[in-house]
Design a protein around this ligand. Structure first.
Ligand SMILES: NC(=O)c1ccc[n+]([C@@H]2O[C@H](COP(=O)([O-])OP(=O)(O)OC[C@H]3O[C@@H](n4cnc5c(N)ncnc54)[C@H](O)[C@@H]3O)[C@@H](O)[C@H]2O)c1
Ligand SMILES: O=c1ccn([C@@H]2O[C@H](COP(=O)(O)OP(=O)(O)O[C@H]3O[C@H](CO)[C@@H](O)[C@H](O)[C@H]3O)[C@@H](O)[C@H]2O)c(=O)[nH]1
Length: 440
């Protein structure tokens, strides 16, 4: 099938690549000429495991192409995916300007039947706005052309995006038009072949499902983070508690890790947007407001521990920081807890030597104004001359370091671990002072 994907970010590029992998002829459009230049030259503008190889393979086969030419993009696909950003507006609501601009472009240039599929995360009711935007542009041209609008929220996780798209837990499609439903079924059939996991619903329910999923996952994390604070006070170990409750299948093990807060381009903004949508609808979400507040506070929990150990004034202290990306296996720094932690430590006068296996370049870009922060070439290099280590992101290479070297490098032989990577008893045996989350 011929498919156009508007937006070549984390979602758009993965969608385009995975659809081309199944034989579709995909044209990806972006307004950012730099991204398209990189893609045309055989690279990818983001880090995502397995994506480069898939893009190169399908581009070489002629099934995956890239353009900045809107006219060409609209002409190409019967199915037009919109996968552009929906960043938070000042009041927390999702800013729809990119989605609606993409919809208008389609209405302005289409000459035959199109299914306009919204893949961006958008508030309930956006499907109607997309439909109105396309129709308005057609009316301006005095054209009577048939089109359908569908919602197809994306549930992939960064760092595992290709695997998530290729083997989805479910594919949610909100659509009412028969042709749109048939085309979406055909498009996704290869991804849900062994048992059908496509869930067809109305557009509003599909839009709401996306926010409900992220809100539920964020709630689990804030719940565990709050319990971790209590566990510390009571002398209990949140890691043992996690295993104790996760083994109940009604609860399950996923997304129960206490840490230094959730970040990324989705949970923070989607929680905010849902809170705003609900308040506007006259049904405020008290629980979710607390989820957000708990997370904001949790991003500073490591700083609190450092201040308790060293005092409020950290001038003269140097900390190694391991991990900057908001989670492992990505270069994404959006809403990363590391940004809050770094800014607060530097504000208190500390010097920082940071290392991240992949996100260092992006971190340098977003933290360029932060003085007292330098970047090291490796985990061990970041430790040199530091008083203590602060672990923010749980990259695999941090899981079993050379503990003796770690102890010998750190002046105070102290580790502040925001991801609970090590056993407290082992650290004690090794002569390391260890401060973790929710572990006495
Ligand atoms: N990142 C994720 O893990 C993830 C997962 C599921 C859903 N989502 C949702 O998907 C959407 C996209 O997220 P993302 O992380 O891929 O964003 P992104 O910022 O990485 O990419 C968006 C891209 O759209 C391009 N763009 C903007 N306006 C355009 C236009 N009119 N025409 C063509 N291109 C345009 C931008 O230049 C950019 O390259 C958001 O709504 C997000 O909430 C993201
Ligand atoms: O037990 C856990 C699990 C995650 N996190 C943190 O939560 C954040 C988000 O992690 P994750 O959900 O793995 O990454 P995202 O790529 O942001 O994916 C989420 O957001 C996407 C965008 O909406 C959705 O598509 C995905 O289903 C949803 O998991 C990260 O900061 C993690 O460190 C925890 O603190 N504890």
């Amino acid at each position: 099938m011929k498919v156009t994907v508007v937006g070549t970010g984390y979602v758009g590029l993965v969608t385009g690549a995975c659809l081309s992998e199944m034989g579709n002829h995909v044209l990806c459009l972006d307004v950012d000429p730099e991204k398209i230049r990189v893609l045309k030259e055989g690279g990818i503008p983001i880090y995502e495991p397995g994506l480069l190889e898939m893009v190169q393979r399908n581009a070489a086969a002629g099934r995956l192409e890239f353009t900045t030419d809107i006219e060409q993009a609209v002409a190409h696909g019967t199915i037009q995916f919109i996968a552009v950003g929906t960043p938070p507006d000042e009041d927390g609501s999702a800013d729809l300007k990119y989605v609606l601009a993409a919809a208008r472009n389609i209405g302005r240039l289409m000459t035959d039947f199109k299914v306009v599929v919204d893949k961006s995360t958008v508030p309930v009711g956006t499907g109607d706005k997309v439909k109105a935007a396309v129709q308005d542009e057609l009316d301006k041209r005095g054209l009577k052309l048939d089109f359908a609008v569908a919602s197809n929220p994306e549930f992939l996780k960064e760092g595992a995006a290709v695997a998530d798209f290729m083997r989805p837990d479910r594919v949610v499609v909100g659509a009412e038009d028969e042709r749109a439903i048939l085309l979406m079924r055909a498009l996704y059939a290869p991804f849900v072949r062994n048992h059908d996991r496509m869930m067809l619903m109305d557009i509003r329910s599909a839009e709401f499902t996306k926010y409900a999923a992220n809100a539920m996952l964020a709630t689990r994390i804030s719940f565990m983070n709050e319990l971790a604070l209590v566990a510390e006070k009571l002398g209990a170990d949140i890691e043992l508690v996690r295993q104790g409750i996760g083994s109940d299948p009604r609860i399950g093990f996923h997304f129960l890790y206490a840490g230094c807060g959730y970040g990324g381009s989705c949970f923070p903004k989607d929680v905010k947007a849902l809170i705003k949508t609900a308040a506007d609808a006259g049904q405020p979400l008290q629980l979710l407001q607390s989820v957000e507040e708990v997370n904001d506070r949790q991003k500073l929990v490591l700083v609190d521990k450092i201040v308790k150990r060293y005092g409020a004034d950290l001038s003269g202290k140097t900390f190694a920081v391991w991990g900057l990306a908001f989670k492992p296996n990505t270069d994404d720094m959006r809403e990363a807890p590391s940004r809050v932690i770094i800014e607060e430590l530097v504000r208190r006068g500390a010097k920082l030597q940071a290392y991240d296996p992949v996100a260092a370049h992006e971190a340098q870009r977003v933290l360029e104004d932060v003085s007292g922060l330098s970047f090291a070439e490796s985990g061990p290099a970041a430790l040199e001359g530091a008083d203590a280590l602060v672990i923010v992101t749980e990259w695999k290479e941090f899981r079993t370091p050379d503990f003796d070297a770690l102890r010998n490098s750190l002046r105070d032989k102290t580790v502040f671990d925001g991801r609970n990577l090590y056993e407290p008893a082992l650290m004690k045996t090794l002569g390391l002072e260890y401060h973790a989350i929710g572990r006495a």
